[in-house]
Design a protein around this ligand. Structure first.
Ligand code: ADP
Ligand code: ASP
Ligand code: MG
Length: 406
């Protein structure tokens, strides 16, 4: 018998009508004889609305209580779907994250799953129920409710699928699968039939929000077969799987754009050992993840140090940088929030040269200035001004021959 974990995102459960449609899909799979665990997001817009309520309640909402509040979005949809299924004569049972056995660390708002014990879910499906789980949440060892970061229901689903060794984890969303770039930015984007975990991980890290980063990390680590597909039709979507030989023949498989970063530059930092360690240790202590780091060497024993952080972490990162800059007698701090990071990704880059040159030339042809560059074995990223982001994506998409044949 097949065990399927099906995750439905916010637009797929946007209102009662949509949840009723989700129920039909779940019933269909169940009627085929499959065991089904459903993981749900909150209705689209609800998490944002809850955040705005919290901001009205307090200038800096307590993080523990904020998690408790945000988790209610998913609690609502899980309860509603279970009610609908029961009213149609199906056995269903809803679970909050902790009832589904999801134990996390204590980092409110972006908790990581530490352990998962799905015995309750297993028992439910083995006794003929459809298990319906509130995504995006767990509890820490003290029993406090935690949330897994925006888009976290993907991770709930993949974690449950890996724990129960499900045959497939289906991520139902509002597009037909993973595309060569965001189809909402580039109308000639193509659906990819199969993509490796490694490329999908890069795409998620670099801004393709179709899957949350941690869900892909989980899937890769435990080889969970993930099928990204639409909840609005029956089409096959994209399979995220282990790399196969033929995948390397594709030099560039996708383009991403991330508008969620901001740049901080410390001018005239003393050019001596320990300086970077001091700054980045202070940032790490504040749980701030740093993405790109560039250091220029200057002749007068001082350097400029530039790095990027997410927009959420920007204010705190700026405060910390200011403090550290003062302590080490560095110069002024420059910042830019209106930036975008565009990236090209592909396994084939491992064995092909010239990708960077093509990328830089394509951007130059459009007069787009590159502010920062970073590379890995399978991707190249450039930071540009945010106002050029969409143009850059479309330009790179054609430059690497990814456009759909018309
Ligand atoms: P859900 O609410 O179902 O979790 P999300 O909004 O989180 O859905 O993710 C789906 C969205 O991801 C799509 O609507 C699309 O705009 C965006 N997206 C960005 N990059 C890609 C890509 N390469 N392929 C598909 N979708 C993408
Ligand atoms: N509801 C949460 C969010 O909007 C989690 C999710 O949808 O996956 O980010
Ligand atoms: Mg999502």
């Amino acid at each position: 018998m097949t065990l399927r974990v099906q995750k439905y995102g916010g637009t797929s459960v946007a209102d009662i009508g949509h949840i009723k449609n989700v129920a039909y899909r779940v019933q269909k799979a169940f009627d085929q004889g499959d065991k089904i665990i459903v993981v749900l997001s909150a209705m689209s817009g609800v998490t944002d609305h809850l955040i705005s309520l919290a901001e009205q309640a307090s200038d800096s909402p307590d993080k523990r209580e904020l998690d408790l509040l945000l988790a209610t979005g998913e609690q609502t949809t899980a309860a509603l779907l279970s009610m609908i299924l029961k009213s149609r004569g199906y056995k269903a049972k809803s679970f909050l994250g902790f009832q589904a056995g999801i134990l996390t660390d204590k980092i409110s708002g972006k908790a990581r799953i530490r352990d998962i014990d799905c015995k309750n879910l297993k028992q439910a499906v083995e006794t003929g129920s459809i298990a319906v789980v509130a995504g995006f949440q767990g509890a820490d060892e003290d029993g406090s409710i935690t949330t897994l970061g925006r888009g976290g229901s993907d991770t709930s689903a993949v974690a449950i699928a890996s724990s129960l060794k499900a045959d497939v984890c289906e991520i139902f969303t509002d597009v037909d699968g993973v595309y060569t770039t965001d189809p909402r930015i580039c109308s000639s984007a193509r659906k990819i039939d199969r993509i490796s975990y490694e490329e999908m991980l890069e795409m998620a890290i670099l801004g393709a929000k179709v899957l949350q980063i941690r869900s892909v990390e989980f899937a890769k680590k435990y080889s969970v077969p993930v099928h990204v597909r639409s909840s609005f039709n029956e089409e096959e979507g994209t399979m995220v799987v282990n790399e196969t030989k033929d995948m390397e023949s594709v030099i560039v498989s996708g383009i991403t754009c991330d508008m969620n970063e901001a740049r901080i530059t410390l001018k005239r930092v003393p050019d001596q050992p320990g300086v970077s360690a001091k700054l980045f240790t202070s940032l790490a202590r504040a749980e701030i993840g740093v993405d790109m780091i560039i250091q220029n060497t200057r002749s007068d024993n001082a350097t400029d140090l530039t790095f990027t952080v997410t927009q959420d972490d920007f204010e705190l990162a700026r405060e910390i940088s200011q403090k550290v800059a003062k302590e080490m007698d560095a110069g002024e701090i420059l910042t830019a929030r209106e930036i975008a990071k565009v990236s090209v990704i592909g396994l084939g880059m491992k064995s092909h040269s010239g990708v960077a040159a093509t990328m830089f030339q394509a951007l130059a042809d459009e007069n787009i200035n590159i502010r920062l560059i970073s590379t890995s074995e399978i991707r190249i990223s450039c930071v540009i001004l945010a106002k050029y982001a969409e143009l850059a994506v479309r330009t790179l998409h054609s430059a690497f021959n990814l456009d759909q044949k018309k």
